[in-house]
Design a protein around this ligand. Structure first.
Ligand code: S3P
Length: 180
């Protein structure tokens, strides 16, 4: 086991990935959890399980505010359960209650990358209701501007590129290893 991995494994609080749609929170989170030998859970999947509907269906049937209420409750439960690595939906950490809870009891990692990469990655799936209301590039650019001040409150900031997720995982592990 490499030294950074050993160091990173000292962390016992949930590591919570935050950041915009398409940055890779779920795939990176899965790989990170496996490297840290902790469990992984995806908040959007848990919301879908609890509601027995997809995120898109929840938005369509009840609107965004209703989705955000469910999201807040589910993330509070996941924090309480003490999972190893939690991937959140892009809007979750913007909610002040969720943000405070995560910062207080977990270790938030802001995964950040350029708009071109986000546009390319989000174009592969058609499941994100917020990107269906207009030009995805313009929407992502606006969200980045609006949300960056909230994301910046995460304890750790990792800028990733369009390279393989393994590289991002290594960078996160180095940051976790150095985190006091
Ligand atoms: C959202 C991001 C999505 C999902 C929902 C809303 C957002 O999750 O929670 O569509 O507000 O940014 P991902 O970031 O995993 O795509």
């Amino acid at each position: 086991m490499s030294d950074p991995v050993r160091q990173a494994r000292r962390i016992t609080r949930p590591v919570v990935l935050v950041g915009l749609m398409g940055v890779g929170k779920t795939s990176i989170g899965r790989r990170l959890a496996s490297a840290l030998d902790r469990d992984f859970i995806d908040a959007d999947e848990e919301i879908e399980r609890a509601a027995d509907r997809t995120v898109a269906e929840i938005f369509e049937a009840h609107g965004e505010a209703y989705f955000r209420d469910g999201e807040r409750r589910v993330i509070a439960r996941l924090m309480e359960e003490g999972h190893g690595v939690i991937a959140t939906g892009g809007g979750a950490f913007v909610d002040p209650e969720t943000r405070a809870l995560v910062i207080e009891n977990g270790l938030a990692i802001w995964l950040d990358c350029d708009i071109d990469t986000l546009v390319e990655r989000t174009s592969r799936k058609n499941t994100r209701p917020l990107l269906k209301t207009g030009d995805p590039r313009a929407i992502l650019r606006d969200l980045k501007e609006q949300r960056s001040p909230a994301y910046a409150q995460a304890q750790i900031h990792v800028v990733t590129g369009d390279g393989p997720h393994e590289v991002a995982v290594e960078r996160i592990i180095e940051e976790l290893a150095a985190w006091q």
